[in-house]
Design a protein around this ligand. Structure first.
Ligand SMILES: Cc1ncc(C[n+]2csc(CCOP(=O)(O)OP(=O)(O)O)c2C)c(N)n1
Ligand code: SF4
Ligand SMILES: [Mg+2]
Length: 351
């Protein structure tokens, strides 16, 4: 059995959002991942973010590939649309779904094997096309589901559980996302919910390709000394560039950050991202500076986390293709088949 259903009853006094949903309405089946797996913490952060954003579950579509990470959509948003695709193919399925129905919120969940190995091409093209989505890679540096082989994000020189040394150079998903033109790029840690939840909320409301690389330790195969994706390693080397506070048009949701150098980023829909800068010279609007900073800190052995880059006024694939405002699946026969005269006119325009 790959999942267990949760009992439907819950305490009547649980906090409700304005839609009348409690947090549990955003949960899924009981997880069958290993106890302590970072992926479960990411699922909890997604549930929290969707509850706080007061999203109607039926407006969300969650898509994934294959892997322990790609199994996780079963464990959250049980009332949302879901599609568990083939290994490495989530981005193209998500792109197609998004083109057919632009009205849904697309959440792509993948692993480092799923996105940095077999699915690297799909990952790249979905970001460079600006597909409006939140793309989360649950990055543990191994193929967890197939029992712990090094993945393409494993650092050179890092060790497997049995002591084998990885001799290949790593792929840094965040650097790649920046280079490919993603308009929202962040990295976080599954063990840092305070940082991860506002990042997911901001990414959901970002109109364009939003990518979050979440370091997510695999307790079964990659949580030992010698691993650079273990809980201890990430806690010791975590270098956060900013702390986030997310504010909707209506109310401030979290406000527990100490005052410091504050920068506010207003997104296209009026929501505000408030960044408390931990590094005064860090500018999350400068793609090239972000790439340079990442490389410098990486060379010093640090794992940079936080909101690394955002374009406050991005364009998405629909804007680039100039598609109609209505979702394709709501167009009627008249719009989809306007007749021979319209076809002749269109063909003539291409001659
Ligand atoms: C086409 C294809 N090739 C290989 C596999 C075997 N396979 C399943 S999951 C996986 C790797 C998963 O790694 P990752 O995406 O990092 O997920 P994790 O389990 O670490 O969360 C592989 C190689 C497969 N299912 N399909
Ligand atoms: S094998 Fe690793 S990635 Fe898979 S559920 Fe267990 S701890 Fe998580
Ligand atoms: Mg993995």
């Amino acid at each position: 059995m790959t999942y267990l259903a949760k009992p439907k009853l819950h305490h009547p006094a649980l906090e409700k959002n304005s839609l009348g949903y409690v947090r549990r309405d955003y949960e899924g089946a009981i997880s069958t991942l290993c106890a302590g797996c970072g992926h479960d913490s990411i699922s909890a952060a997604i549930i929290q973010a969707c509850f706080e954003l007061e999203l109607p579950p039926h407006r969300i579509a969650k898509l994934s590939g294959i892997g322990c990470s790609s199994k996780t959509p079963t464990y959250f948003l049980g009332s949302s649309h879901g599609f568990n695709s083939v290994h490495g193919r989530m981005p193209s399925v998500l792109t197609g779904a998004n083109l057919a129905n632009r009205d849904l919120i697309y959440l792509g969940v993948s692993g480092d094997g799923d996105s940095a190995s077999i699915g690297l091409g799909q990952f790249a093209h979905s970001l460079r096309r600006g597909v409006n989505m939140v793309y989360i890679v649950e990055n543990n540096g191994v193929y967890g589901l197939t029992k712990g082989q090094f993945s393409a994000t494993a650092d050179k020189g890092s060790k497997s559980k049995k002591g084998a040394v990885n001799s290949d150079a790593p792929i840094d998903m965040v650097s790649l996302a920046l280079q490919l033109g993603a308009t929202f790029v962040a990295r976080s840690f599954s063990g840092d919910k305070t940082q991860l939840v506002p990042l997911i909320k901001a990414a959901v409301l970002h109109r364009g390709a939003a990518f979050i690389d979440v370091i997510s330790p695999c307790v079964a195969f990659n949580n030992h000394p010698g691993s650079t994706k273990s809980y201890d390693y990430v806690r010791e080397h975590n270098e956060a560039v900013n702390r986030l506070d997310f504010i909707t048009g209506r109310e401030e949701i979290t406000a527990d950050y100490a005052p410091g150098a504050i920068e506010e980023v207003t997104q296209h829909d009026g929501t505000v991202l408030r960044l408390r800068k931990l590094h005064a010279d860090y500018d999350p609007h400068n793609r090239i500076a972000a790439m340079r900073y990442l490389q410098e800190r990486q060379a010093a052995g640090e794992v940079v986390t936080g909101l690394l880059y955002t374009d406050p006024d991005p364009d998405d694939l629909h804007a680039n293709l100039n598609t109609v405002d209505a979702p394709f699946n709501q167009l009627g026969e008249r719009e989809l088949c306007p007749g021979a005269a319209a076809l002749d006119k269109f063909n003539a325009s291409l001659r």
